[in-house]
Design a protein around this ligand. Structure first.
Ligand code: NAD
Length: 500
């Protein structure tokens, strides 16, 4: 890994500013455990400056420069951002691969998705112009009503580390399309590409303050952003535990939130499948992104009649996964993000063993990798539903397997979780797939696949996986206020009171 890691400051009001307290957080390469640079650490005073810059940008020239301009005008910036990210793809891919430990091939797809998502929301910004003054039919001819869609205002965007720049873009692109101004707080574990994004904003001439980027710790930078009285909305992606704190804090000011939280998603495999096709999707659905996927289909429910054969195929497919430095050609599994995550995942595996589960493959550090936070892709069988590993989000490359004997039992087991982000169902019987899809208590269902995700379709969970929908035409609505405008179009007096 011989390329320089840029040393950035906080991005506030279109400028690079040193954090007021001058604190920095080390950047640790998860593949080598080496410190390769550092990022600025914002605190409440920096949040204050960023929110004030965002407010100024919202109101500048009475909103005519941004918030009250046309969607088509804002779309031009989003398209320019998409083009600039594509032009700089190599730079972003290298930095993200180093910072996150994700295989280079995956990161390349993520960075393409950043451009696609920005382009997509440019289209949504343009479409917004046609939805303005949307007429509302009233039961009295005397009145006419229409609806305006206006930006919510200054929004706080808090994102996780598993798709660093992409998860941030899922929020930045619709927020900017809607005409909001924003303060982004990426994860302290992977902020490098999000900070680089500031440079892109300046290069495309985004008005200063429209997007501000504050790296920093959750309690120091995230919490003051959530509780700031001049932030009109929070869009949060992260763990359910932090999401609950965010919601509690926002509730003090009756501030709207959208929460994209954790999951423990099921994948149901019926007996009528091509076993190799289903096995490849099953391991992809859990081991992609080094197993750190919110929607990982990490609870495999397989029909008892094919279970032994299917687990055997799963193990064979898993043993073929190339585990290596994420920059190595053909890498399909890199290290997890941090020492903290490594220890947590290993603890889940050892607890599973002590509770009586069987580790059918993996479960340890790969022998050929002495350094780095690597964990073998792990398949756990002989599971009971009370086991911690079956109930809690591991957020690592660990797939748990359980059998079922009937469609009803599969649905019951699938829904027996406090989470509700996603699910997958595999069967050649499409009627059965449809029945099961309807019965699953989740925000997304994959039929005969797992994980393909497109910014054109809605994304979000139910139950403790959160609420609100990002992406698609629903995504922009998160950042818009609906204003009713009703006019009396008659020249006649209203006539309710006696005239004086
Ligand atoms: P996390 O909750 O630890 O952190 C998420 C973000 O919140 C980070 O930027 C962090 O600094 C910030 N934060 C921490 N404490 C805060 C506080 N008190 N106030 C405000 N902000 C605070 O989550 P993580 O470890 O970064 O990410 C992993 C989690 O994210 C997993 O649970 C995963 O399922 C979830 N996730 C969900 C989705 C989804 O779309 N539903 C997508 C990706 C990740």
């Amino acid at each position: 890994m011989a390329f320089p890691i840029p040393s950035r400051q906080l991005f506030i009001d279109g400028e690079w500013r040193e954090p007021i307290k001058r604190n920095r957080i080390p950047i640790i390469n998860p593949a080598t455990e080496e410190t390769v640079g550092d990022i600025p650490a914002a605190n409440a005073e920096d949040v204050e400056a960023a929110v004030s810059a965002a407010r100024k940008a919202l109101k500048r020239n009475k909103g005519r420069d941004w918030a009250a301009t046309s969607g088509a005008h804002r779309a031009r910036y989003l398209r320019a951002i998409a083009a600039k990210v594509s032009e700089r793809k190599d730079h972003f891919v290298k930095l993200e691969t180093m910072d996150s430990g994700k295989p280079l091939d995956e990161v390349a797809l993520d960075i393409d998705d950043v451009s696609t998502c920005s382009e997509y929301f440019a289209g949504q910004a343009e479409a917004l112009d046609d939805k303005q003054k949307y007429p509302v039919k009233l039961p009295m001819d005397r009145f006419k009503s229409h609806v305006l869609r206006q930006p919510i205002g200054v929004v706080g965007l808090i994102s996780p580390w598993n798709y660093p720049l992409l998860m941030a873009t899922w929020k930045i692109a619709p927020a900017l399309a809607a005409g909001c101004t924003a303060v982004l707080k990426p994860s302290e574990l992977a902020s490098v590409t999000c900070l680089e994004f500031g440079e892109v904003c300046n290069e495309v001439g985004l008005p200063p303050g429209v997007l501000n980027i504050l790296s920093g710790l959750g309690p120091d930078a995230g919490a003051p952003l959530v509780s700031h009285p001049d932030v009109d909305k929070i869009a949060f992606t992260g763990s359910s535990a932090t999401g609950s704190k965010v919601m509690g804090s926002a509730a003090q000011l009756v501030k709207p939130v959208t929460l994209e939280l954790g999951g423990k998603s099921p994948i149901i495999v019926f007996e009528d499948n091509d076993l190799d096709i289903a096995a490849e999707w099953a391991i992809f659905g859990c081991f992609w992104t080094n197993g750190q996927i919110c929607s990982a289909t990490s609870r495999l429910l397989v029909h008892e009649s094919i279970a032994a054969e299917f687990v055997d195929r799963l193990v064979k497919w898993t043993e073929k996964i190339k585990i290596s430095d994420p920059f190595e050609e053909g890498c399909r599994l890199g290290p997890v993000i941090s020492k903290g995550q490594y220890d947590k995942i290993m603890k889940y595996i050892s607890t599973a063993k002590s509770e009586g589960a069987t580790i059918s493959c993996g479960g340890s550090r790969p022998e050929h990798l002495k350094k780095g936070y690597y964990i073998e892709p792990t398949i756990v069988t002989d599971i009971s539903t009370s086991m911690q590993i079956w109930r809690e989000e591991v957020f690592g490359p660990v797939l748990c397997v359980k059998t079922f004997s009937s469609e009803d039992e599969a649905i019951e087991l699938a829904n027996d979780t406090e989470y509700g982000l996603a699910a997958a169902v595999f069967s050649k019987d499409l009627d059965r797939c449809e029945r099961v899809t309807k019965a699953l208590e989740v925000g997304a269902v994959w039929v005969n696949c797992s994980q393909p995700c497109f910014c054109h379709a809605p994304w979000g969970g139910v139950k403790r996986s959160g609420f609100g929908r990002e992406l698609g035409e629903w995504g922009i609505e998160n950042y818009l206020n609906i204003k009713q405008v009703t006019s009396d179009i008659s020249d006649e007096p209203w006539g309710w009171y006696k005239s004086p």
